[in-house]
Design a protein around this ligand. Structure first.
Ligand code: CUA
Length: 399
């Protein structure tokens, strides 16, 4: 009520010719709708109100447009073009990502409907009850204390929230309470600045940045259960096509599981800011058909190959402090600070996905890691060009 009154006063005061004249001098464009017909002018419109309505409408339309874009981008983009490497949450290829997606779509549909109803009513009210000539002379009908309306807008939201709580808790419980079947693969993923250490305690395998798991095909369910830990700060393990995010917290063990059915390479990234190279802390999940997974595991269980051709490089490697940080299985290099290099050449990338694992990149990395990944914790070992070539030749024997 008070608002309406003060608004009417504002608008009426504009009808005062002297004031209009005074303001016009300061800003001639302010009262563009003004007529000079005197106090009874019927076409007099309060400009500030009209501007406010326009702004509100524009903001609403922009918001609706942005929301539509976000929703469509998620659904349309995976349909178009090459989908390899696309990590859309709308195209899950594993449990529990599928279950999470179904829940998200339901929640999005409910919230979208609420948005459409509320925004629709708002737009309707803005258009239907916009300022019209002569409005100053009458009051709109005053509604107060309608039991029906108040009951409706209390009970309906309560029911909606109740439905959302029920479906969400059912999904969370389904995912969290799953017990590993005897066939499950157990792996531990440890977040480091800025790479992933991956251990398979039961298989006796240690590797980095590439998590290899079997696919659950027609022959039976074979999920992989992950124990997530951190060696330094908080990280977050997120491979959108396979599962939701789970944080890796220092001094804590978090659990999650994945059960992909389709072999392939699935990309993910650290999803919790963890320092300079957070953005280059990529994870690749390689899903193998079950037999191929067994073969991969057998290869990884071998000690490092010893090839006489790379004796010079091996000597440089073991004479420098490389051994303090890296492990090479079957040798005296047992450092735990950096990635295990026993089967370095079986990995597709270097430095947690920062560069493809090619000879040139390996050379660049050994010469000065900071050139590929600024801020990474591996120092420049100040090797000569010959030494770099020798070390690279040695590393390339680690298949
Ligand atoms: Cu690890 Cu961000």
């Amino acid at each position: 009520m008070k608002k309406t009154n003060s608004h009417n006063q504002n608008c009426s005061s504009l009808q005062n010719r002297e004031e209009v004249g005074a303001r016009d001098e300061q800003n001639p464009t302010t009262f563009a709708y003004e007529t000079k017909d005197g106090p009874n002018a019927s076409s007099l419109v309060c400009p500030s109100m009209r501007i406010r309505h326009h702004k509100m409408l524009r903001t609403l339309l922009l918001f609706a447009f942005a929301l539509t874009c976000v929703v469509f981008a998620g659904h349309v983009e995976p349909v178009l073009g090459n989908t390899d490497g696309v990590t859309s949450i709308f195209r899950p290829l594993s449990q529990p990502a599928q279950e999470i997606k179904e829940l998200s779509v339901l929640v999005l549909a409910i919230c979208g409907s609420i948005f459409v109803v509320v925004a629709g009513l708002l737009v309707y009210a803005i258009v239907r009850f916009r300022h019209r000539a002569g409005d100053e002379l009458s009051e709109p009908p005053q509604v107060y204390g309608s039991n029906q309306i108040e009951l409706a807008w209390t009970i309906l939201p309560l029911l909606i929230v109740f439905v959302l709580i029920l479906v969400t808790s059912r999904t969370i419980a389904n995912i969290q309470n799953r017990k590993p079947p005897p066939t499950a693969v157990q792996a531990t993923v440890i977040g480091h600045q800025w790479w992933w250490e991956i251990r398979y305690p039961e298989l006796g395998i240690v590797t980095a940045n590439e998590l290899h798991v079997p696919a659950s095909d027609g022959r039976g369910s074979r999920p992989t259960f992950l124990k997530l830990q951190s060696a330094d700060v908080a990280h977050s393990f997120w491979v959108p096509l396979l599962a939701g995010k789970t944080d890796l917290i220092p001094n804590r063990k978090n659990l999650m599981w994945i059960e992909p059915t389709k072999p392939g390479v699935y990309l993910g990234n650290c999803a919790e800011y963890c320092g300079t190279q957070h953005a280059r802390m990529l994870i690749r999940v390689v899903v193998h058909p079950p037999d191929e997974f067994e073969r991969w595991a057998r290869e990884q269980q071998q000690s490092a190959s010893v090839e006489t051709s790379a004796a010079a490089g091996r000597k440089v490697f073991f004479a420098n402090s490389c051994v303090n940080c890296h492990t090479i299985g079957g040798t005296s290099a047992q450092g735990k600070f950096g990635p295990d290099l026993t089967h370095l050449m079986s990995r597709e990338t270097l430095a947690a996905g920062a560069a493809p694992n090619t000879t040139d990149n390996l050379r660049l990395w050994v010469r000065d890691p900071q050139k590929i990944k600024v801020g990474c914790l591996m120092p420049n070992m100040q090797l000569t060009d010959d030494q770099v070539d020798q070390v690279v030749a040695y590393l390339q024997t680690l298949k």
